[in-house]
Ligand binder design. Structure first.
Ligand SMILES: [Fe+2]
Length: 239
């Protein structure tokens, strides 16, 4: 079984993810042993906090690919960003300062867990209006959506994609989060399971146990979609 991870802080020196190249390689080895064949690297971009910009991402990505080759690690890496929504985001996407997901029209967008739904709704509409398709990062953490699943249905209806973290599905981030992830899964509202890996001990690039649980509980074709197929078709095809 192969998995595609669309949310990962495996690239070093960019954010609060991998500290250095050594940690990156350890994370990549672990990801490979978990059956993860492809990773879209998504360094944080958050104004005033993290500056994961395209130029730097491409540079570090090339360095890591060389090191992986030398070590015989076979995982395909693609550029991306996890972008904390802010008003200048559109301009930075248009000018190529920030990365879409593997150069597609899909953008991984993060909101504060406390964000107001009207704000999220209008941010999403804004992205659609200029031709992007938003993927909402770890949607299960956003309280106004967790309190009212109709809002997740509404976002999906408008064409948004929803990503949840494997650790949330496994209950590692608390009962509420887990319960909400499973509500979303029962209605097949989730598009991707990501690891959101940051390191090698606490927020690791692991997905195998989660995948086993998902295959036990949910429709096989749907689980294939959220672990692999959706990402393959929407984000990796012909790129
Ligand atoms: Fe993340």
């Amino acid at each position: 079984m192969k998995y595609i991870d669309i949310h990962s802080h495996i690239l070093p020196y960019m954010d609060d993810g991998a500290r250095d190249a050594k940690m990156s390689l350890a994370m990549l080895r672990l990801a490979e042993s978990e059956g993860i064949s492809d990773i879209i690297v998504t360094p944080h971009y958050r104004k005033g906090h993290y500056k994961g910009e395209r130029r730097q991402i491409d540079k570090v990505l090339a360095e890591i690919r060389d090191l992986m080759k030398a070590e015989g690690i076979q995982v395909n890496l693609y550029p991306g960003n996890e972008i904390y929504y802010h008003s200048e985001l559109e301009e930075k996407l248009e000018s190529g300062v920030l990365s879409t997901m593997n150069n597609t029209e899909y953008v991984l967008v993060e909101f504060s867990p406390m964000e107001d739904f009207m704000y999220i709704r209008s941010a999403i509409d804004q992205l659609f209006s200029i031709g992007y398709i938003p993927i909402i990062a770890h949607v299960e953490r956003i309280q106004c959506i967790e309190k009212n699943i109709e809002r997740a249905r509404d976002l999906k209806k408008s064409g948004c994609d929803l990503q949840v973290n494997a650790a949330s599905a496994m209950g590692e981030t608390g009962f509420r989060c887990k319960r909400f992830v499973h509500k979303l899964l029962r209605e097949e509202l989730v598009d991707y399971i990501g690891t959101d890996a940051h390191d090698i001990d606490k927020r690791r690039p692991v997905i195998k146990k989660c995948a086993e649980m998902l295959y036990r509980k949910y429709n096989r074709d749907y689980v294939d979609e959220i672990l692999f197929q959706n990402a393959a078709t929407r984000l990796l095809a012909s790129k």
